[in-house]
Design a protein around this ligand. Structure first.
Ligand code: NDP
Length: 473
């Protein structure tokens, strides 16, 4: 018997993905550099379906039906290249290598081009949902050729999460498109988490609520428009009591957030594409600030405002509005980045479909994503989600509360970079005139960089060092 698909790299993600495939009735070949993992998988979970264990790459490849579908789930970076170098010589034209790791989309583009020359389909695939998702149904974002999706799509859709019967898996676009979208998904996840963290911080230090009371607030929010996996687990974490000390769990965890890199890539890529993603950037920076222990220690004695907490009963509702509005901004920025990446690389990504496949399986799954899908259905080419009828109304309705929350945070000295940058972005977009005109004047003054005028076409320069007449540049 041949396997329909194979998985190499059997750490948490690969093992669970292989089990998911087997549980769906797909005979799956399994291989790992260290064969103890392969044996352990078959011993422990062999009863869940048909596993074909292989000790060597050669046996692994032989056990696959053709065209071969080979999923690589190893550590991203060098290990992925090492595994490709090992397996590609064993494959034939028409075979497919699916990289399900968290690869940088630029690496995926490079690998896809190199393998395309040899007739092998390289399918960079974003997989979200952690180990639970991999086992029970992740959100899957495959890139690569349309031809490879014909052979892979049905299998991937079969094991993906489903929402209202729709699989959380769609062909994103050629070469690096899948990993690009997964990267932005993670960037949005950073922003979403940061906004939730700021909401907690404000409820705690501006409204004076205790962690278990804040857990209740989040539980209530989770029954409304903010309903999402992240809000749900936030309530769980806040309600948790540390067993060793009896204190709120959130008070015994070191307040230094870590990161693996996809948030940073999202921001770096946005800078390259010239897309403003302040909400995501501030989330990455907020983690970075938290980790600078010596810097924070040195600055701890700096003065803060003299006023204490404000226990206004309406404050939690205001924070809910600020959170919803800021979340809309963060998603609008993330989708703008996908739109820009799609244009830059010619991927033709269906933005509404991205919102659809994030509704289940992944970390940012939320009721809210249906709204994004609807917004792109109404206008596939909208320059920003913010002007969609629903979102414009929601933000308009929230804005007074949002401003009040940002002002309260500033007044009380509670850092709220996510809320603040989101509001500044909103106000920048809706401004009649931006001070960029002054910036242009300065640039022309010190560097003769020229400027354009509102009333005439062309580029101009003022003779700042001379008689200040204007000349055409
Ligand atoms: P790890 O990232 O911890 O990688 C471990 C696996 O990589 C092992 O199977 C290991 O083999 C293999 N490996 C490492 N170096 C090499 C090499 N040079 N040659 C061959 N194999 C090698 O595993 P995870 O399961 O956590 O993640 C797998 C991929 O999925 C990663 O790219 C990760 O970023 C991505 N991902 C992870 C998520 C998560 O929640 N963990 C979520 C979504 C994506 P050995 O046993 O021999 O050491």
């Amino acid at each position: 018997q041949k396997a329909r698909i194979g998985v190499t790299g059997l750490a948490v993600m690969g093992r669970n993905l292989a089990r998911n495939l087997a549980r769906h009735g797909h005979p799956v070949a399994v291989h790992n550099r260290t064969s103890a993992r392969t044996k352990a998988l078959v011993e422990k979970f062999g009863g869940e379906g048909t596993f074909l264990p292989a000790e060597t790459p050669e046996r692994f490849v032989e056990s696959l039906e053709r065209p071969r579908r080979l999923v690589v789930m190893v550590k991203a970076g060098g290990p992925t290249d090492a595994v490709i170098d090992e397996f590609a010589p064993l494959l034939e034209p028409g075979d497919m290598i699916v990289d399900g790791g968290n690869a940088n989309f630029a690496d995926t583009r490079r690998r896809e081009a190199a393998l395309r020359d040899r007739g092998i389909h390289f399918v960079g695939t974003g997989i979200s949902g952690g180990e639970e998702g991999a086992l029970h149904g992740p959100s899957i974002m495959p890139g690569g050729s349309a031809e490879s999706y014909e052979a892979l799509g049905p299998l991937l859709e079969d094991i993906s999460a489903k929402v209202d019967g729709t699989p959380c898996c769609v062909h994103v676009g050629p070469d690096g498109a899948g990993h690009f979208v997964k990267m932005v998904h993670n960037g949005i996840e950073y922003a979403d988490m940061q906004l939730i963290a700021e909401s907690y911080d404000l409820l705690r230090h501006a409204a004076g609520l205790a962690p278990d009371e804040i857990a209740e607030v989040f539980r209530t929010w989770n029954t409304g428009r903010l309903e999402s996996y992240l809000i749900e687990i936030t309530a769980e974490v806040l309600a948790h009591t540390d067993v060793a000390t009896g204190r709120p769990f959130v008070d015994v965890v070191l307040d230094q957030a870590e990161q693996k890199g996809t948030g940073r890539w999202t921001v770096q890529t946005a800078l390259d594409l010239g897309v403003p993603v302040g909400g995501i950037a501030e989330a990455v920076f907020a983690r970075s600030v938290s980790g600078h222990a010596a810097l924070r220690e040195a600055a701890r004695s700096l003065p803060g405002p003299s006023r204490g907490a404000v226990a206004d009963s309406g404050f939690a509702d205001a924070v809910e509005k600020a959170l919803y509005a800021s979340k809309i901004v963060a998603y609008a920025q993330g989708f703008h980045e996908i739109q820009a990446g799609s244009a830059e690389y010619g991927w033709n990504i269906d933005l509404g479909a991205m919102a659809t496949i994030w509704r289940g399986g992944c970390i940012i799954r939320a009721r809210f994503l249906d709204r994004i899908r609807a917004a792109y259905e109404a206008d596939p080419h909208t320059p920003t989600l913010l002007t969609d009828d629903h979102f414009a109304e929601a933000v308009g309705d929230a804005q007074d509360a949002w401003r009040e929350v940002v002002a309260t945070a500033a007044r009380l000295g509670v850092p709220a970079p996510g809320f603040s940058t989101a509001l500044a972005y909103y106000d920048s977009l809706r401004a009649d005139r931006l001070p960029a005109a002054l910036t242009q004047g300065q640039r022309d003054f010190f560097g003769a960089h020229t400027y354009r005028r509102t009333d005439r076409d062309g580029a101009f320069h003022t003779l700042w060092g001379g008689d200040r007449t204007e000349v055409s540049a």
